[in-house]
Design a protein around this ligand. Structure first.
Ligand SMILES: [Zn+2]
Length: 371
């Protein structure tokens, strides 16, 4: 978000809305979207009224201009891209602090007021025919979006966040399981022995009737915000219910534009078994086939880092945290690449659960890259 957007947002805070909020009986002091300024060096912008690492959305800086919605004393609600965020009231002032006029003129997005990392505009990236293995893809008219972090300290690493499933028509098209045309070495959605698999399956349905693809998308969006806030650039494969990119296109785009690839899934069992990653099968011919031969150890290392992170954040882990699976994704990946199953049909997918999973995944990514 840039300063212009914030000004635009202000217009939405009509007198009627403020009146409605007052009528709702809130004990808070409600403001008509007035302007306040940050008067400390770095002000944490949080998604809830609590001081903890996991709810930091972005940072504001001295002199930044914010739209105040309400306050309950310690915490002030500000509006960032239409979303209520929380900042400590003590570090706000009603008038512009002295000595920071230059902030108003900065062209650096990183210093922009209210620059929620998640609202940074992204760049579309499609499947280039020049990419290795691009020819194996059958569905590739869609675009992934690359977001650059606007955090103070950038990691200079790009994480591909791939919300599993969500390609209309993907179940009626088949692609090769392996680039060399050999057969799958394990079962799974497609049986062992098959040489082709559905381009993108539709995914399972949770016990409460929610489609897996909806939950993987919600998870991807949370993870994107968290990674951007941490300084990672994020390549989002899918940001709506349908992206026309099959599993090979997703993988090849990631290969060429990211430093690691994390595909988010929930498993089709109903035992609430917990998180695990699909590890590279311990099969001699599979591990000898390129690009698996050159990358399988990195894939497993990424999976192990994510499971350690998930476990550390208090998430349930299934068995040893991994299951051997011959996946199309793995078979075409030339960067550390993993399919992570974050639970199954019986698992909770509440907002709090997804946040806890995000805590674990971010911690795993940090550890994988040595941060
Ligand atoms: Zn899945």
């Amino acid at each position: 978000m840039n300063r212009k957007n914030i000004s635009g947002t202000k217009l939405k805070w009509t007198a009627a809305l403020v009146t409605a909020m007052l009528l709702a009986g809130s004990a808070q002091t409600v403001f008509a979207g007035d302007t306040v300024y940050v008067n400390c060096d770095v002000l944490r912008c949080r998604s809830s009224e609590e001081i903890k690492d996991s709810n930091i959305v972005t940072n504001f800086h001295y002199g930044d201009k914010l739209e105040r919605v309400s306050t309950n004393g310690d915490w002030t609600v500000v509006l960032v891209n239409g979303q209520k965020r929380y900042v400590a009231t003590a570090y706000l002032s009603a008038s512009q602090p002295a000595g920071k006029a230059s902030v108003q003129n900065t062209s650096s997005a990183g210093n922009e007021t209210g620059a929620s990392a998640s609202t940074a505009s992204g760049t579309e990236i499609g499947l280039s025919s020049g990419y290795k293995y691009a020819d194996f893809s059958k569905i590739n008219s869609g675009k992934a979006i690359l977001y650059k972090s606007t955090a103070d300290s950038r990691k200079n690493k790009t994480v591909c966040v791939n919300a599993g499933h969500g390609t209309k028509g993907g179940g009626s098209v088949k692609t090769l399981c392996h680039p060399d045309g050999t057969a799958k070495v394990t079962g799974g959605t497609t049986s062992a022995g098959a040489t082709t698999a559905v381009a993108v399956s539709s995914g399972m349905t949770f016990a409460d009737g929610t489609a897996e693809s909806k939950v993987t998308l919600a998870m991807a969006k949370i993870l994107k915000d968290r990674l951007l806030a941490q300084g990672y650039d994020v390549l989002m494969i899918r940001e709506s219910d349908d992206v026309q990119l099959d599993n090979i296109a997703r993988t090849v785009i990631a290969n060429n534009n990211a430093d690691c690839h994390i595909a988010l899934h929930w498993d089709s069992t109903s035992s609430n078994k917990g998180c695990f990653f699909m590890s590279v099968p311990n099969n001699a011919s599979y591990r000898a086939m390129e690009p698996v031969a050159s990358h399988w150890q990195q894939h497993n290392k990424l999976g192990e880092a994510l499971i350690t992170g998930l476990k550390g954040a208090g998430n349930k882990i299934f068995s040893g945290g991994s299951m051997e699976m011959d996946l199309t994704q793995t078979s075409f990946s030339t960067i550390p690449s993993i399919d992570i199953e974050l639970g199954d049909k019986a698992s909770s997918h509440s907002a709090d659960t997804l946040k806890q999973l995000a805590d674990g995944l971010v911690s795993g990514v940090n550890s994988f890259f040595g941060f």
